[in-house]
Design a binder for this molecule. Structure first.
Ligand SMILES: *Cc1c(COP(=O)(O)O)cnc(C)c1O
Length: 393
């Protein structure tokens, strides 16, 4: 029911009326009220490296970042982000003009879309969408144009992408590794997308928060491709890579004019992001290669553990190439509606999952898809898999 004032005008502005409570809030509340294992929202149940937690404590105690840090982010972190892009991808960004620290990737996405879009612009984005994309495109007054990733491979259809580009298309919004499907764009796909962006003079925004969670193949930033450096805004975050999702430290790397545009919007959203955590993440980005290797190997093991359990319980499992998530299909159970299935699952099995169907505009494309996260302790994943075996009987 819409909230009304006495003048009978809805309180919530009409750009946001289609966005009620997020599915994560709804399903996490269900997890609490039923005492279920929550494999819905993607947050680890183990904190990141002890030395990074201690670095945050030290910064707090030493009075570093307890007062407003500089708007673009503390220099130590901007330099560490620049060095990280060079170390992993051989990309050079000037820490003073080409790096911007944000309140998580979420703010980076919002500030970027608010800065770069005019009302009426079209944004082509993969569906299923990460939920904030649709809302931020709407806040900017722009129109989302979905490029549907279809099971079982979830590969984008690049002919369909070409066909969807119109004179109103301003921006391609990419996400690789892709949440929720686990699809990772290949170098060839990125090359083809980049060529279209150059041909049609489009901006590209890439959400790369799972850059260090690729299990097959490798992550390739599209910004590294010819003609892309000057038109790409790359977004990432410390939350997923270092298992501190509550710290909300994210960043943008792009050329100077793009960063200046995004900064203009960002300064009126949060002005700055929490100071002491920025110093700690500056240290995290300099962790040795072994950290990144172990982190990936740990999550790969968990992916396989949960994937085996889901398969044994009777799900069709789409093996993810990256991220924290496994997308399954519930058709083998004779089920036809992922949302109804997820609402009933806590009572049936004591496990919470997320229906991918809510992340699609095309109601048929994701109707029977259910997402589980595996960024949990192995005994939690084993217990969840055991509980889900009840579906098989
Ligand atoms: C988690 C996530 C984000 C948000 O990152 P924060 O740094 O927590 O704001 C953005 N995009 C995708 C695809 C995510 O999965």
């Amino acid at each position: 029911m819409a909230v009304m004032t006495s003048s009978a005008r809805p309180l919530l502005n009409r750009r946001l009326t289609e966005f009620g409570t997020t599915i994560f809030a709804e399903m996490s509340a269900l997890a609490v009220s039923t005492g279920s294992i929550n494999l819905g929202q993607g947050f680890p149940d183990t904190d990141g490296p002890e030395e990074i937690r201690e670095a945050a404590v030290r910064a707090l105690r030493d009075g570093r970042g307890n007062q407003y840090p500089p708007g673009p982010g503390v220099p130590e972190l901007r330099t560490a982000i620049s060095d990280h892009q060079r170390r992993f991808y051989d990309l050079a960004f000037d820490p003073d003009t080409e790096v911007l620290v944000t309140a998580g990737a979420t703010e980076a996405i919002a500030a970027t879309l608010l800065a770069l879009l005019e009302p009426g612009d079209e944004v082509i984005a993969f569906e299923p969408y990460y939920d904030s994309y649709a809302a931020c495109i709407a806040l900017a007054g722009a129109r989302r144009v979905p490029l549907t990733l279809r099971a079982p491979s979830f590969r984008p259809d690049l002919d369909e992408l070409r066909a969807k580009i119109t004179p109103k298309t301003r921006l391609l919004l990419l996400n690789t590794p892709h949440n929720p499907t686990g699809m990772v764009l290949t170098a060839e796909e990125q090359g083809a997308i980049a060529a279209l962006a150059v041909e049609h003079d489009l901006l590209v925004v890439t959400d790369e928060v799972y850059e260090h969670l690729v299990y097959e193949g490798a992550h390739h930033p599209i910004a590294a491709l010819p003609g892309m450096r000057e038109r790409t805004v790359s977004i990432s975050s410390a939350g997923k890579t270092f298992s501190f999702t509550g710290w909300k430290v994210g960043w943008v790397t792009a050329n100077g004019p793009l960063v200046a545009a995004v900064r203009t919007a960002k300064q009126f959203l949060t002005y700055v992001s929490a100071g002491p955590f920025q110093y700690a993440i500056a240290e995290a980005l300099r962790l040795p290669d072994a950290y990144f290797h172990h982190f990936r190997a740990d999550l790969r093991r968990k992916r396989d553990l949960l994937g085996d359990g889901l398969r044994a319980a009777g799900f069709e499992v789409h093996r993810p190439q990256g991220t924290y998530f496994i997308t399954t299909d519930i058709t083998p159970f004779g089920e036809k509606d992922a949302y109804a299935f997820c609402r009933a699952l806590p009572e049936r099995c004591g496990v919470v999952a997320i229906p991918n169907s809510v992340f699609y505009d095309d109601p048929d494309a994701g109707r029977t898809q259910v997402r589980f996260t595996f960024c949990k302790k192995e005994d939690v994943l084993r217990e969840a898999a055991d509980r889900l075996q009840r579906l098989a009987s």
